[in-house]
Design a protein. Structure first.
Lengths: 251, 385
């Protein structure tokens, strides 16, 4: 059993208009096996929370802490956080020209576990995971994210989630830009990883659609850089009916 | 750094051909140094260099390389020194610039490399410099018809060398020529390659430059017999203070010839500078030409500079295809973040990207010793910064 704690997190970002505070005191605790949905309107700071957990250099933490089983995550470099068991499925994964998917996956797996995976089982694992995500075998010879469609990029993110077996995964709008079929395939991948590894999930989304496939234990409504309301799955249903207007107006 | 997480490094862009200041075939040719003006930055050929960087290679008098050159024998291969007055010398190509002319005039002997039958093993000519005396060398590689061979030119040590390399590929022959420059720091190497391809012949010409303060190589492939095909590849890595210049030129002078030019380079460190000028000329007679040239550069740090200019002159519309692309991109913070977010350290991320970018062209040489040694050199270059 692991626990990821976010306490009073304040985060700023540098913009052309100067330094701007995006997160204004976020509190959140996620335990192994729990699925938390973070929902909120555009610009509420959802993605900033995701990137701050992963350690993107663009974001500056000015106050608060992030703890993984009591360890200070903010003191870790980006790669140390990943090796500690944190995973971010990105909304806009970048292209890495010249680096094949297969080479990339093997390098990442080696980095995470500290030793190269046994070749035969690894190849089998990759093939199975790709089949589960309905990815063609030729995929592994393509360069990372180069010329991938939106749906292919998301599948590739979830493929990594399944193969790298983190303790906690932050999914940053993984549902955006997916058609119903792709959304189903990707959701199944998340559910598999959740079940297989007792994964703790922080599911960031604008829409309730993905929650039909991935059932959250907790729903947090995110408005203007903090959690405005918390509840169970029923909160998502209310948001589906009412939208975010109520929260946005209150601000 | 990038402003949003969805921006990335190598943005491909293609653009219209740059019209050269002077059309390529009108460029003066001579073996006499005095026929060329003193080198200055105002000349298009030398605009990216300071004359001091040439370390005396533009002088009237140069020393000669002979003891610095070694080779091993094998069946089908004949290597010997011949007087440069021999009528075979200069038959393939005549200098188009002052440094090439100086090297031509000062090399009293020419190393004749004859490939008389197919070679079982790659042949290597080793050129190992021992001092900084400005020197001249002339190589003449002659491949007989219908043979297949790999020839490696291996340049290392400390040297200041002006050079001409003539390459004659016989009808229906296949020559894989690899020129590897891993000179020590302080070295200067300016070399003109002149290749002439016979009917239905194939030349794979690779220039791999990793060491030397200034390495400037100007390979010319003349496709003057029908059905000839040339693949010109280049791979380079410039660290702080290094200047690596490549100016490949493909002269399509006969019908139904094909050319592919692919140069890729990485730059890392303050004042690392690379220049790529890729010229292609499709003459009136060269109907059915199929040509494509590409240059990509990967900028690993601030303070680097990659100049990249494709020039295409087309004198006939009856061609299969002619294209070019040039792109220089940064290994940016978003790529680094993506790899680090998967547990990969910064150093390993750079290694992964650079190897992914350059290794393919090194592997295309198909010479195991070259692939192995250049992989090691790449590792070392990555550790410099």
């Amino acid at each position: 059993m692991s626990v990821l704690e976010i306490k009073n997190l304040h985060v700023t970002v540098e913009t052309e208009q100067g330094v701007k505070e995006i997160l204004k005191g976020v509190d959140l605790t996620i335990r192994s096996g729990e699925i938390h949905a973070i929902m909120g309107p555009n610009g509420s700071g959802k993605s900033t929370l995701a990137y701050s957990i992963a350690g993107h250099p663009k974001y500056t933490v000015t106050e608060g802490e992030i703890l993984l089983d009591g360890e200070d995550v903010l003191a870790m470099s980006v790669d140390e956080r990943a090796r500690a068991g944190l995973f971010l499925a990105m909304q806009y994964p970048v292209e890495i020209p010249g680096v094949s998917v297969s080479n990339f996956l093997r390098t990442a797996k080696t980095a995470i576990t500290g030793e190269a995976p046994a070749l035969r089982t690894w190849i089998k694992d990759v093939r199975e995971s790709m089949e589960n995500l309905r990815m063609d075998a030729s995929f592994s010879e393509r360069n990372v994210n180069e010329g991938f469609s939106g749906g292919e990029k998301k599948r590739h993110e979830i493929l990594q989630l399944e193969l790298l077996k983190p303790r906690f995964a932050v999914l940053d709008e993984t549902d955006s830009g997916l058609d119903v079929d792709a959304l189903k395939v990707v959701s199944e991948g998340v559910n598999r990883a959740h079940k297989a590894n007792d994964l703790g999930v922080l599911l960031i989304t604008h829409y309730t659609r993905i929650l039909n496939y991935i059932k959250p234990d907790f729903v947090h409504v995110f408005v203007a850089g903090k959690v405005a309301e918390e509840g169970g799955a029923e909160l998502a249903e209310r948001l589906e009916a009412e939208g975010y207007d109520r929260y946005v107006k209150a601000n | 750094m990038s402003q949003s997480p969805n921006q990335h490094g190598l943005a491909e862009h293609s653009h219209g051909a740059v019209i050269p200041l002077q059309i390529r075939i009108d460029r003066p040719k001579s073996t006499s140094v005095s026929d060329f003006p003193a080198i200055s930055k105002t000349q298009d050929l030398w605009r990216y260099l300071d004359v001091e960087q040439l370390a005396g290679l533009d002088a009237d008098v140069l020393a000669e390389y002979k003891e610095q050159v070694s080779f091993t024998s094998q069946e089908g291969l004949s290597v010997s020194w011949i007087p440069s007055t021999d009528s075979r010398v200069g038959a393939i190509g005549i200098p188009e610039d002052r440094v090439s002319a100086a090297a031509y005039t000062n090399a009293s002997e020419t190393l004749l490399v004859e490939i008389n039958s197919s070679l079982a093993e790659p042949a290597t000519i080793s050129i190992t410099g021992v001092d900084k005396a400005a020197s001249a060398l002339h190589l003449l590689v002659v491949t007989k018809p219908q043979v297949e061979a790999t020839l490696v030119l291996d340049y290392r040590g400390i040297g200041v060398l002006g050079e001409n390399v003539e390459i004659s590929v016989g009808d229906q022959s296949r020559l894989n020529l690899v020129s590897v420059q891993t000179w020590d720091k302080g070295s200067v190497h300016v070399s003109a390659h002149y290749a002439k391809l016979g009917r239905n012949s194939f030349l794979k010409h690779t220039v791999a430059t990793f060491g030397g303060d200034l390495v400037r190589i100007t390979p010319i492939s003349t496709l003057s017999s029908p059905g000839a095909e040339v693949e010109m590849n280049g791979v380079y890595f410039a660290n702080s203070g290094q200047h690596i210049e490549n100016r490949p030129f493909v002269d399509h002078a006969a019908p139904n010839c094909k050319s592919r030019v692919t140069y890729k380079g990485a730059l890392s460190g303050d004042k690392a500078h690379t220049v790529w000028i890729g010229d292609v000329l499709i003459r009136v007679a060269a109907e059915g030409t199929d040509t494509y040239e590409l240059n990509r550069n990967l900028l690993l740090t601030d303070g680097t500079r990659a100049d990249s200019v494709p020039n295409l002159e087309i004198e006939t519309g009856e061609i299969q295809g002619a294209g070019h692309a040039s792109a220089s991109g940064r290994f940016d913070d978003e790529q680094l973040f993506y790899l680090q977010a998967r547990g990969v350290t910064e150093a390993e991320a750079k290694r992964l990207v650079v190897f992914g970018f350059l290794l393919e062209l090194i592997q295309r040489t198909n010479v195991p010793e070259v692939i192995e040694s250049l992989s090691k050199v790449l590792e070392e270059k990555l550790e410099v910064n």
